[in-house]
Design a protein around this ligand. Sequence first.
Ligand SMILES: *Cc1c(COP(=O)(O)O)cnc(C)c1O
Length: 391
Amino acid sequence: MFTEKLALQLANLKQQGLYRSHQVIDSPQGIQLLIQGRQIMNFCSNDYLGLANDPQIIQALQQGSNTYGVGSGSAHLICGHSRAHYLLEQELAEFTGRERALLFSTGYMANLGIISALIGKNDFIFEDKLNHASLLDGALLSTATFKRYRHLNIEQLIVQLNQNQGEKLIVTDGVFSMDGDFAPLPDLVKIARDYSAILMVDDAHGFGVLGENGGGISEYYQLNAEQLPILMGTLGKAVGTFGAFVAGSELLIETLIQKSRSYIYTTAFPAAIAEATRCSLRLIKQQSWRRLRLQSLIDYFRNCARQLELPVMNSISAIQPILIGDNFHALKISQQLLELGFLVTAIRPPTVPKNQARLRITLSALHSESQIEQLLTAIHHCYHQLFKEIR
Ligand SMILES: *Cc1c(COP(=O)(O)O)cnc(C)c1O
């Protein structure tokens, strides 16, 4: 019975164009990936600054493993919290201009652990409908009353805030992961103040990339700890390593250390990763050329895509989705692109809303203008062929 049920579920997913599968990668992360013996141009990584395979960071990782070995041995609160973790937390606090920072093993776990530690049964949580799955799951785990407002819709959020009295947490992605647009943080800061709500931002796609020093969306909008008291960021995207953190007040961090179950009950990530991350943070601050280069490639991409009349979305970030709509159409274009030598994944529900399947193109500081042109020419070709076929 059980196996039949699983088989039926999988068959249904296939039938709807929702089946997911891996690509096996035989090379380091980068602009070129080796897949099944072929060099493929990569346009779907979150390694926005091209740091995931940086020689200096690799060296820091190697030195870190010489000093600390491989495994961390236990959770942070037992014996897994090395000097490298300790220093990385201090450097993250300083970088974000917050009193303290706390490391989590992944961003997914950080979001579950932060939200569920801070609010509970009699409280209220408000989230943008397009927030990352981990923020939605954190709200469900918290058992607080959970309200979702339409994407970027401040008016609806205000209505919801007026209808619900009690402890309130407003949570949003800073840069939306599948759309690439920004949350209206200055407005949200004001609303949080007016309604005595606490504001939490997930800066997974802004940290390292936005702001003059790469401090992320909070630096971009110049928001201090009072305005934005809970700032979460990840280390596996622009930072190029692994893990996540939350930055905020002493009181916030101490509370999370005592109460956050996904912090307490999991193994610390390896100390060598912490050393690699410390190196990456130094490069992020020093090498502003990576951010400038990325921004100029984003502008270039958008200009070219507009000239080709491709349906780009309203994004000024490194995430540049092209909306397709139908799951099978998105899958088909993605497969054709792979045949032509480009890796662009088709993002489908439930990651995005129904009928909004898309090609999620991401740019890196290491791409070239010519590579972007080649990609867009290929997409243009596939796009028009598809719509000729279905017409
Ligand atoms: C990737 C991502 C996460 C999860 O971070 P991991 O470290 O990959 O677990 C959380 N929030 C957002 C918005 C993300 O894009």
